[in-house]
Write a protein that binds this ligand. Structure first.
Ligand SMILES: *Cc1c(COP(=O)(O)O)cnc(C)c1O
Length: 335
């Protein structure tokens, strides 16, 4: 059944309830100080190591919360989602825990390593078209014709509340945080973190970071309404996809709660991946490295103690090796 037409945006109480609900399923991830970035930026820089989350990205927080909140009648119908990989993997994991059928629809831009893992978790994978929006059409069909329940990757109150649990952890782990750098695509992660962190500490600035290639939320914020942008291959493949022309929650929340959105070139994202590997001994995917990349490139002016959320680690290891060896697989320039 499609989600209802009007849903109130989640707030701090929803995020706190989500934390209780998913406590046994997700990791409370570590936060570490980065000596190299602290020296380079002149302010304390901390890394929220969310790429070490179960399934390799933060997406399990939202998926676990949403699946736990499904009524019994919906569970028997199975869950379905469009995903660039990490949401599909997280939903597959959450569904398996509850013994629920899961179907994941994705475009053929999604790398092979992400597909294999979703299949391993017992979900059915359907490859449809070359954009997130085309994959979404298959989801809509399964909902309409087979009665499956859609669990969307970002524009859903329970998903946003689940992702927001990272915001609670950040403020508890580093109460003097002044700025949080959040990878931004559909905006579920940024909206959730911002709503939780700013409720606890209103002075915190939350900056969304994304790739220049196909930055749908940035284009939408500039236009004052959700707009569609062309999709391109990017090192930050998990940041691909539109925000939905009928976006109900994340667009308004990002407009209200984000202080700024910063765009990065492919070469800058590659540099973030390299830095995390060489100086922090961490393997991050492109989307996970954008906060560090924004600091290294000087595109963010860091204030006070800064937290960069490392959101995922699901990168093809051969691609990672090439980047670490100095290649920029998608070139230097934005198209
Ligand atoms: C999904 C994802 C993001 C972006 O999250 P949104 O809620 O869509 O903004 C960032 N990083 C990784 C690793 C992701 O999987």
């Amino acid at each position: 059944m499609p989600v209802a037409a009007t849903i109130p945006a989640p707030g701090l109480a929803d995020v706190e309830a989500a934390r209780e609900r998913i406590a046994g399923i997700v990791e409370h991830t570590a936060m570490t100080a980065s000596a190299s970035l602290t020296e380079q930026c002149g302010v304390p820089v901390l890394l929220k190591l969310e790429h070490r989350q179960v399934t390799g990205s933060f997406k399990l927080r939202g998926a676990a919360n949403a699946v736990a909140l499904l009524p019994e009648t919906d569970r028997s119908r199975g869950v379905v989602a469009a995903s660039t990989g990490n949401h599909g993997r997280a939903l597959a994991q959450a569904a398996r825990r509850h013994g629920i059928r899961a179907v994941i629809c994705m475009s053929r831009l999604v790398p092979e390593n992400k597909l294999a893992e979703i299949r391993r978790l017992g979900a059915e994978v359907r490859i449809v078209g070359s954009s997130q929006d085309e994959a979404q059409e298959e989801v809509d069909r399964l909902v309409a014709q087979e009665g499956m329940v859609m669990v969307p990757p970002f524009d859903h109150a329970d998903i946003i509340a689940g992702q927001g649990t990272i915001g609670l952890e950040i403020v508890e782990q580093a109460p003097d945080t002044e700025m949080i750098l959040v990878p931004l695509s559909g905006g579920g992660l940024a909206a959730g973190i911002a709503v939780a962190a700013r409720a606890l500490k209103p002075s915190i600035r939350v900056i969304g970071i994304t790739m220049r290639r196909g930055a749908a939320m940035k284009a939408s914020l500039d236009a004052g309404r959700p707009v569609q942008v062309r999709e391109y291959p990017s090192l930050a493949d998990s940041l691909g996809g539109g925000i939905g022309l009928d976006n109900r929650l994340t667009f308004a929340m990002c407009r209200a709660l984000l202080d700024e959105v910063v765009l990065l070139d492919e070469a800058e994202i590659a540099e973030g991946i390299r830095h995390l590997y060489r100086h922090e001994s961490e393997i991050a995917e492109g989307a996970g490295a954008v906060g560090v990349a924004a600091l290294l490139s000087g595109r963010v002016r860091p204030q006070g103690p800064v937290v960069a959320v490392i959101s995922g680690r699901n990168i093809d290891m051969e691609l990672h090796r090439r980047i670490v060896c100095g290649e920029n697989p998608f070139g230097e320039e934005a198209p």
